[in-house]
Design a protein around this ligand. Structure first.
Ligand SMILES: Nc1ncnc2c1ncn2[C@@H]1O[C@H](COP(=O)(O)OP(=O)(O)OP(=O)(O)O)[C@@H](O)[C@H]1O
Ligand SMILES: [Mg+2]
Length: 254
């Protein structure tokens, strides 16, 4: 059966198999649970998370240490699979994909940025961005142009030939963001991208992410401890003990 509401095609299948998403949300998460078995004990890292993220949205995920933020990001970026529940991205159910299928999905559809940048120390800024798109672009000049374009977008093209050790933390994180964006993924996923930076540099990075989100239309899902990010994000999702206990929209209550 297939129904159309507005512009969004909706497809239903019998049983649990559902290859098509039911709305035009880019990410759909339903009743997501993740348990880690630690010997005799079970850690309930996620205890039933349901959340939809629209295309082009900037969503901040906040919560205390251990509340499940990284676990949730790992499910959205197909780094890990849930114990139960479902995550779909662009209509594909990624939570039930096999490992190599998940790797392929992640390489093509997710830009990942971590707290400690994860740059290769022996590669320059430009080469670090290039390596992120080498799987996608084979032509060397095209790859170089694309990498340069994103270094310019994050404002550090002048550091293209510098090595990570020759750059500040904020500059290294910009390279990591450029690398995440360069493959032009539908979703940029960031786990505490400013956790290692001073307050002023953090603010610059969040402003940059906000601008990039609006300029490129890339959907941004970012974990942070900084409550000030809520002022920039379209929505802020607050986690506690593996559950959502609040969602606030930008400018709410102002
Ligand atoms: N691989 C694992 N094995 C066992 N337990 C885990 C594993 N990963 C996470 N956990 C547990 O799951 C819970 C959620 O962890 P998670 O890393 O998602 O928290 P977080 O919100 O990202 O915390 P932080 O702000 O410190 O990064 C914690 O209790 C943690 O100890
Ligand atoms: Mg974490």
């Amino acid at each position: 059966m297939s129904i159309h509401i507005g512009k969004s095609p909706i497809a239903y299948r019998k049983g649990s198999e559902r290859k098509m998403a039911t709305t035009d949300s880019l990410v759909q998460i339903s009743d997501l649970r993740k348990e880690y078995k630690m010997g005799e004990t079970t850690v309930h890292a996620l205890r039933g998370i349901s959340l939809d993220v629209a295309e082009g949205e900037f969503v901040a995920i906040l919560g205390q240490s251990g509340s499940g933020k990284t676990t949730l990001l790992n499910m959205i970026s197909a780094l890990d699979t849930p114990t139960s529940g479902e995550v779909s991205v662009q209509g594909s159910v990624i939570s039930s994909m096999k490992r190599d299928e998940r790797t392929r999905f992640r390489r093509s559809s997710i830009g990942l940025v971590f707290q400690f940048y994860n740059l290769f120390p022996t590669l320059t800024a430009l080469e670090n961005v290039e390596i992120g798109i080498a799987m996608k672009i084979k032509h060397k000049e095209e790859m170089r142009n694309r990498a340069s374009k994103y270094l310019e977008l994050v404002g550090i093209l002048d550091k293209a030939n510098s090595y990570p050790s020759q750059m500040s933390g904020g500059e290294q994180q910009r390279v990591a963001i450029a690398r995440g964006l360069a493959k032009e993924p539908p979703i940029l996923v960031l786990d505490e991208p400013t956790g290692n930076l001073d307050a002023e540099t953090s603010e610059v990075i969040w402003e940059l992410l906000h601008t990039l989100n609006k300029q490129t239309g890339t959907t941004v899902i970012a974990v942070t401890h900084q409550t000030s990010v809520s002022k920039l994000a379209d929505r802020s999702v607050f986690l506690r003990s593996g559950l959502i206990y609040g969602i606030s929209a930008k400018n709410e209550g102002e």
